[in-house]
Design a protein around this ligand. Structure first.
Ligand SMILES: C[S@@+](CC[C@H](N)C(=O)[O-])C[C@H]1O[C@@H](n2cnc3c(N)ncnc32)[C@H](O)[C@@H]1O
Length: 262
């Protein structure tokens, strides 16, 4: 890699990021400078970020629940608010739980759960081959990753045995996808975002099938927006689960847990 004509100084990195609209320009500059192997590499990283690539795609990792999860172009970047879903799942899990991370994306939720509950038997699945590649790498040695539509690729032996079923499904209503920030709209796959007319189409399918996979007393956990929470509760109830809504003011997160009666 050739060196840029004028090597970037710390302040010029911040200035370029700020001019491109990065709100946390100082923090991002520090991360990019740490990631760069030299001046030319730093210039290339900054250029990609200025072009609008999510910071995590530029770095190649996202921090989630205190661990680093590998991510890259074409895969959903795990959001900080989703840490609340993992916390709720860990709290709902019995000893030596069987857990499934459905719609796993990079596998961040499963990896974080395994870090909290080392005895977990973990399975994860996603329909998107790019996501499955990242999940296989992030969950190597922690669990099995399957590729396919929702429950279809899971081993039948899991039926009736799942204690915690985490499903951070796409839940943006179709008409709102165009309103998302470009980082998501342009750089994350539509299949990771678009939840259909009211945003809950995928959740409905998950809730309808979940009781057949959950152990008695087992729980399905989904994330929603605050606006969708009441409807999501109805969706889980319609699937035969007993719903409960939990809110984190700190993470601005809403999780609906649906428990299969024991
Ligand atoms: C909002 S992203 C969440 C990813 C990951 N769980 C996270 O929180 O970082 C939704 C994920 O659902 C996957 N997905 C969408 N429809 C699916 C389907 N029918 N079957 C399996 N996965 C699906 C997408 O590929 C995407 O990875």
């Amino acid at each position: 890699m050739s060196s840029p004509a004028t090597p970037l100084t710390a302040s010029s990195v911040v200035a370029r990021l700020r001019a491109a609209g990065c709100v946390f320009a100082e923090d991002e500059a520090a991360l990019l400078r740490r990631a760069a192997t030299g001046p030319a590499h730093l210039d290339a990283l900054v250029a990609r970020r200025v072009d609008g690539l999510p910071l995590e795609h530029v770095l190649g990792w996202a921090e989630f629940c205190g661990i680093r999860v590998a991510v890259g172009p074409g895969v959903f970047v795990p959001r900080r608010r989703t840490e609340f879903l993992v916390r709720q799942a860990a709290a709902a899990a019995p000893d030596r739980p069987v857990a499934v991370d459905l719609c796993c994306g990079s596998g961040a939720l499963g990896a974080a759960l395994a870090a909290t509950l080392p005895t977990v038997e973990l399975h994860a699945a996603d329909v998107d081959p790019a996501a499955v590649r990242y999940a296989r790498s992030n969950l190597a040695g922690l669990g099995e990753v399957y590729e396919g539509d929702l429950f279809a690729p899971l081993p039948g032996a899991l039926r009736g045995r799942v204690d915690v079923l985490l499903a951070n499904v796409p839940y943006v209503p179709t008409d709102d996808v165009g309103l998302l920030p470009a980082e998501a709209r342009v750089h994350e796959p539509r299949v990771a975002l678009d939840g259909g007319g009211d945003g809950l189409d995928v959740m409905r399918r998950v809730a309808a099938e979940a009781p057949g996979w959950l152990a008695p007393g087992g729980s399905l956990l989904v994330e929603t927006s605050e606006r969708q929470a009441a409807l999501a509760e109805e969706v889980l109830r319609a699937g035969g689960l007993v719903p409960r809504v939990a809110v984190s003011e700190e993470l601005y997160a809403t999780v609906v847990t649906g428990t299969r009666p024991g």
